[in-house]
Design a binder for this molecule. Structure first.
Ligand SMILES: [Zn+2]
Length: 263
């Protein structure tokens, strides 16, 4: 085997460290603060943290997610090193991959899309979108326009879905109250998803954002259907199961990922 494969593996490992670090500290402090143990909250030394050592204070090993992210990032960096996505080219692909991983891990763990990551994503999205449209032959200004138009469409659609979701949630809260149950404040679609829609729209531009969102919603729908069927088979079905929170962010990202890396 060619030894240059070590380069993407090393870069993937570094990318994984960045994703893990970001997912560990950003939801907690909203800045790049020193990492803390997930169990006893004592501070890691920089070297212990980077070496993925167990906590020295309480002895708990690093989370399964930490290792899963490291392995997934190495594997995907190596894959795309060997098969660079045509739409983006290799360097931008790897940056987008790290960005998608950060959003996905934080959203799955915290049900949250942080505003600062969306601001960063908007800048990255404009670069990615303009790059995609330059490649298919548009002028620089046209490419910027195509990206911005996609951002508006993505933001607009997710905003409408969000408003619709708010109406449904309000109706459901009233129904729960009528049944004498406390409102559990489930929200199908968070405000962060609206910004994410804008970011992905910037990346995909006006030609591809609708497909990207549609693929994401289809994947999300298929997964929720599978979950509902699974709970029905276990006879744990209740009307509440229909409204379990779906973190839509990862599905939207899956749709955009498909458009940028596969389609
Ligand atoms: Zn600890």
């Amino acid at each position: 085997m060619n030894a240059t494969i070590l380069i993407p593996l090393l870069l993937g490992w570094l990318g994984g460290l960045f994703v893990n670090y970001t997912a560990d500290v950003l939801p907690r402090t909203r800045r790049f603060s020193p990492p803390l143990c997930r169990n006893c909250e004592s501070q890691f030394s920089f070297m212990d943290y980077l070496a993925l050592r167990a906590c020295r204070a309480c002895g708990i090993v690093r989370s399964l997610r930490t290792w899963a992210v490291q392995i997934a990032m190495c594997a995907s960096f190596a894959y795309f090193w060997l098969n660079p996505p045509r739409a983006l080219g290799l360097p931008l692909s790897l940056i987008v991959l790290v960005y998608f991983a950060v959003i996905t891990v934080i959203d799955l763990e915290q049900r949250l899309i942080l505003f600062p990551t969306s601001v960063f994503g908007a800048a990255l999205g404009l670069v990615v979108g303009a790059g995609v449209y330059l490649k298919i032959g548009l002028t620089f200004l046209q490419a910027i326009g195509a990206s911005l138009a996609g951002g508006l469409i993505g933001f607009g659609i997710m905003y409408l879905l969000y408003q619709f979701g708010t109406l449904v949630a309000r109706y459901r809260a009233r129904k729960l109250q009528a049944e004498g149950m406390a409102d559990d404040e489930e929200e199908a679609l968070g405000g962060g998803d609206v910004y994410l829609g804008g970011v992905l729209g910037l990346m995909l531009g006006y030609l591809y954002i609708l497909n990207g969102l549609a693929i994401g919603v289809l994947i999300g729908g298929a997964v929720s259907l599978a979950l509902i069927l699974a709970s029905a088979l276990q006879r744990k079905y209740s009307s509440n199961a229909l409204m379990v929170f779906i973190p839509y962010g990862p599905y939207l990202i899956a749709g955009a990922f498909y458009m940028l890396f596969v389609g």
